[in-house]
Design a protein around this ligand. Structure first.
Ligand SMILES: [Fe+2]
Length: 279
């Protein structure tokens, strides 16, 4: 190129990047919603699990032949869990009614402090996000008694994370924006990133993360670590694709939301609101 060629005028397009305690968030829009308060408010809960020093032990891509909105809707509700996910449903309690849920939750709350955990409930997800900010949420939910973590027999599959000193039998949900979800067991973290590919295809990439100093073969077994969310996501892929066929059928008509689908309903309200303000 000639001497007066200005490289700064011909570079790659810039993207916005934010670091959230070791997690890297990239936005392709010109002025992304702020993560400032999320970074501040999530500092302590994420320091508990030492997210900045996690190690990615495994990743797997799950291509889904359906529109991305159906895939994310599916992640937002547990109405389908009991029937679609026998492995998940025998340890997680999200599909219990409030009374039963409160009882198991109570047992976990009593144990949390002694295990090095504090209960933190944050809900600025989707339509609850503050103006100009990315939505985010954090909370911990008890698993059934006998389950220390999300594994086949409920026994640990990796060393305890961060500042944790024992197993409280819970798992924390972290939501950041519309496409990223994380589940914090006491000994590993599962991250789910949904990516729209085109109108009729999307993808879910799952990250399994363990303590930064954990060694494969010594401290964890990759297959044991991946088991629950691999089998669960394969089942989700099947029901999302079936749903997609259903909504494209000429017989399709929308039905009412169940009471267990309040997060999904909020998500849809958020999409509709965004469509009105962006276009
Ligand atoms: Fe599911």
């Amino acid at each position: 190129m000639p001497d007066d060629f200005d490289k700064s005028e011909h570079g790659l397009h810039p993207v916005s990047i934010e670091l959230l305690h070791g997690l890297v968030f990239i936005s392709f829009c010109e002025s992304p919603p702020s993560l400032k308060n999320a970074i501040k408010e999530l500092a302590d809960p994420l320091a508990t699990f030492d997210t900045a020093n996690l190690k990615v032990a495994a990743t797997k891509d799950y291509p889904i032949a359906a529109n991305w909105k159906l895939a994310i809707e599916n992640y937002q509700e547990c109405y389908h869990c009991a029937t679609a996910h026998p492995e998940y449903a025998r340890m997680h309690t999200l599909m219990l009614d409030d009374k039963m849920q409160n009882r198991v939750q109570g047992h976990m709350l009593e144990k949390m402090e002694a295990c090095g955990l504090k209960q933190v409930n944050i809900d600025y997800v989707d339509t609850a996000a503050r103006p100009g900010e990315q939505g985010y949420g954090f909370s911990r939910t008890a698993m059934f008694e006998g389950y220390k973590t999300g594994s086949k027999d409920g026994e640990p599959v990796a060393p305890l994370l961060g500042r944790l000193t024992d197993y409280d039998g819970g798992a924390s949900d972290l939501t950041i924006g519309p496409f990223s979800f994380f589940l914090f067991y006491s000994d590993h973290v599962v991250g789910y990133v949904f990516t729209p590919v085109d109108e009729t295809h999307c993808q879910c990439r799952i990250y399994w993360m363990v303590r930064g100093d954990a060694e494969e073969g010594m401290d964890y077994d990759r297959d044991a670590l991946m088991w629950l969310w691999d089998v669960t996501t394969c089942a989700d892929e099947r029901i999302i694709v079936n749903n997609w066929k259903g909504v494209n059928s000429r017989y399709y008509q929308p039905g009412p939301f169940s009471e267990m689908e309040s997060l999904e309903q909020r998500y849809i309200e958020w999409i509709l609101r965004e469509l009105k303000t962006q276009f």
